[in-house]
Design a protein around this ligand. Sequence first.
Ligand code: UD1
Length: 445
Amino acid sequence: MTDNTVDKTRPYAYKITGGKALKGDIEISGSKNAALGIIAAAMMVDGPCTLENVPDISDVHVMVDLCRSLGATIEAPDIHTLVIDPRTINTYKASGALVSKIRASYYLMGALLSRSGQASIRLPGGCNFGQRPIDLHLKAFRLMGARGSRPTDIDNGIVNLKADPLHGANIFFDIVSVGATINAMLAACKAQGKTVINNAAREPHIVDVANFLNAMGARIKGAGTDTIKIDGVPVLPGNFTYSIIPDQIEAGTYMIAAAVTGGDITIHNLIPPHMDPLSAKMREMGYTIEEGDDTIRVYNPYPDEELYAINVKTSPHPGFPTDLQPQTVVLLCKAAGMSRMHENVWQSRFQYVPELAKMGANITVYDRMALVNGVTDFKSATVEATDLRAGAALVCAALAAEGTSFINNAQRIDRGYEHIVSKLTAVGATIERVNVDYTSEDTEA
Ligand code: UD1
């Protein structure tokens, strides 16, 4: 399955003609956040490895280009497979423009520190949800013996770390952080002695990065709990083929797209327990969620009855994922009465609400809480994808809206959704990418 093409060097939008119930089957791709962590982790392995079920998305392409720029040999025999040989890496510095394109470039701090005892990495980019500090990452490195890890050591946007050598440490994170947990795991794998990470994040992709590293020869126990213990080993031999887990957030987005359009979709190749927080909330609203071994079917058994308004709070796994917050707000618009969405992970993650209001949503934001007044009949509009998941939320609203919508800055959505146009077309959506001339607001196919 391939998506329609546009000139991606120019601005482009998704053009969506909505109002149709989505019906059929959708296959989930490999997890973006797991793939980014694992590709970075592959940089500290002492031999080659093969990664399968790698998502064909632009964030992964950036990470691959970044790792190639370090000297790593990376071949792609097909769009979902990477054959990686990090033994050709010839630098511990990553400070070019690619670093600031993605958040996950910060994993190269842990990986290169582990590989070379040194890492000079520009501060990362990624979606703007307010402040995104890396103090917890730096604290972990400092406790493991790295110098240059005080926030005041950051020189002109570049973090310069040096360890001689890294040693095990007892680390306690004051805030549950996905990135800091993964970075601490990376640094600890080849550190001398034992590391314990307390109050660790438990997201599915943390377990996947740990499983990958263990397959390469690391000794990590407890990933998926809040205490991770790592016995450092001198060498990670590699020489293994590893398959990346399905993308929890992609799966959740399509569950919501099915529901908000009044459709009936079966989603394949996902891990149903990863969807528990969303499935539970959708059931509370009145949807039926049928789970198979690696499938979930979503539909509304009583389409003529009102959906229930509910309250949702985002929190670290196994809580409700913040990366499904904007898409869920779109679904809450379909419930009768007042729903509440509390954003507990990010300081500022409701920037998309004014865009959703252009499509008819009635939402009031108070700091970290959104009050959602339903029922909204979405109407078509031209809107901006303010970030990746906000863009996905606007796609869901546009699929439900009668008429034709344009979602500008669609390249932000392509960062994290593999072949979204062809996947949605296969379940009955009318969607294509179109180049957009922002100066005249014209569009072309
Ligand atoms: C990762 C995900 C992102 C998701 C987030 C929370 C990737 C590439 N990105 O981001 O999509 O929204 O997890 O599930 O996997 N914090 C600090 N100091 C730090 C680090 C974090 O205060 O050093 C705070 C952050 O400001 C935020 C909270 O901790 O409020 C959680 O952030 P974190 O889990 O680290 O998010 P990321 O790893 O950046």
